[in-house]
Design a protein around this ligand. Structure first.
Ligand SMILES: [Ca+2]
Length: 270
C-alpha cells in the first residue's frame, strides 16, 4: 500500500506539472480575479431594453434571434447580453449589448445596419462569429485576466479567424482584434491559394499571427463555462414574437453563471 501511495504521489506531481508547465506562466498576474458587485437592477435594464426595442430587434433579425446568454466579458461585475443570430454560414453571429448608466447599448454586431438602428455611441467595429456561449474563454494571460474568443467563419473557399480580446473602456465593453487570419482555398484541391494576416490591426505574417494567438490559446484557462439558451432548445417556449424573445431572455438570466472565486479558481487547466 505504501508503494502505491508513493506512485500516486509521483503521478499527482507529474500531472500537476503537465497542467501548468506547458502554459505561459503569467508573471505579476494574481491567481484570483476580484470583481465588483453587479450594478443594481441590471436584469431589469436588459429586459426593458428587449421589450421596448423589440421592433428594432425584429427588423434587424426578421427570423428571430437564435440564442441569448449573459457573460461578464469585461470583468466589471455586470454581465453583457450576448444574442446570437440564427446563422447564415458556418458560425452564428454574436450581437453584444452592455449597460452604461442604466441604458443598454449595442457594442458589437455582425450587422452593419446595427449602427443605424441603435445608438452607436459605444459600437465597436470588431464583431464576433461563433456558435457557443462556451466559446468565450476566461483566461489568465501574461497581460492579466480576460475573456477572449476565437471568432471564426468561412465558406468552402475561404476561412477566417480572429482572436478577439474583451477589454473595458469607460466602464463599457470594448472588443479588440488581437490578430486576424484570412485564407482562400482552391475549390477543387483545397490548397490554400491566398493568405493574409494582421496583428493588432497591422499587416503581419503567419509566424507573427500564431505568436499573437498563442498568448490566448496557450494561456491558463479558468474552466469557466458561460451558459445561455437557444431557440432550438424549445421552439414552442421561444415562439416568434415579443413574448417568446422575452421568455428567452428571462431563461438566460436564470442560466447566467456569475463569476465567483469558486469558478475562476476551479483548477485552471491549460
Ligand atoms: Ca461587464
Amino acid at each position: 500500500m505504501r508503494r502505491l501511495g508513493i506512485w500516486l504521489t509521483a503521478l499527482a506531481v507529474l500531472l500537476g506539472c503537465l497542467a501548468t508547465c506547458g502554459a505561459a506562466a503569467p508573471t505579476d498576474v494574481p491567481e484570483t480575479v476580484a470583481l465588483p458587485a453587479a450594478v443594481d437592477g441590471w436584469q431589469d435594464s436588459y429586459l426593458a431594453f428587449v421589450a421596448n426595442d423589440y421592433d428594432i430587434l425584429a427588423a434587424l433579425w426578421p427570423d428571430g434571434l437564435g440564442g441569448v446568454g449573459f457573460i461578464d466579458l469585461d470583468l466589471d461585475g455586470t454581465p453583457e447580453m450576448v444574442a446570437f443570430d440564427q446563422g447564415a454560414s458556418a458560425a452564428l453571429g454574436a450581437q453584444i449589448f452592455d449597460l452604461a448608466d442604466g441604458q443598454v447599448y449595442c457594442v458589437s454586431s455582425t450587422l452593419d445596419s446595427a449602427a443605424g438602428a441603435f445608438d452607436d455611441t459605444y459600437l465597436s467595429g470588431v464583431s464576433v462569429c461563433t456558435s457557443f456561449f462556451e466559446s468565450f474563454r476566461l483566461s489568465r494571460t501574461q497581460d492579466g485576466w480576460c475573456f477572449w474568443v476565437d471568432s471564426s467563419n468561412g465558406t468552402d473557399q475561404t476561412s477566417w479567424d480572429e482572436i478577439v480580446r474583451f477589454n473595458g473602456r469607460d466602464g463599457v465593453l470594448a472588443p479588440v482584434s488581437t490578430c486576424y487570419r484570412y485564407l482562400e482555398f482552391d475549390p477543387v484541391s483545397g490548397v490554400v491559394v491566398s493568405e493574409s494576416y494582421t496583428v493588432a490591426g497591422a499587416g503581419a505574417d503567419a509566424t507573427a499571427y500564431q505568436a499573437a494567438a498563442d498568448v490566448y490559446q496557450g494561456a491558463l484557462d479558468a474552466g469557466y463555462e458561460a451558459k445561455g439558451v437557444f431557440l432550438w432548445d424549445d421552439y414552442d417556449r421561444y415562439s416568434a414574437g415579443r413574448d417568446g424573445l422575452l421568455t428567452m431572455v428571462k431563461d438566460a438570466l436564470t442560466a447566467y453563471v456569475p463569476i465567483t472565486d469558486t469558478v475562476t479558481l476551479a483548477s485552471p487547466v491549460e
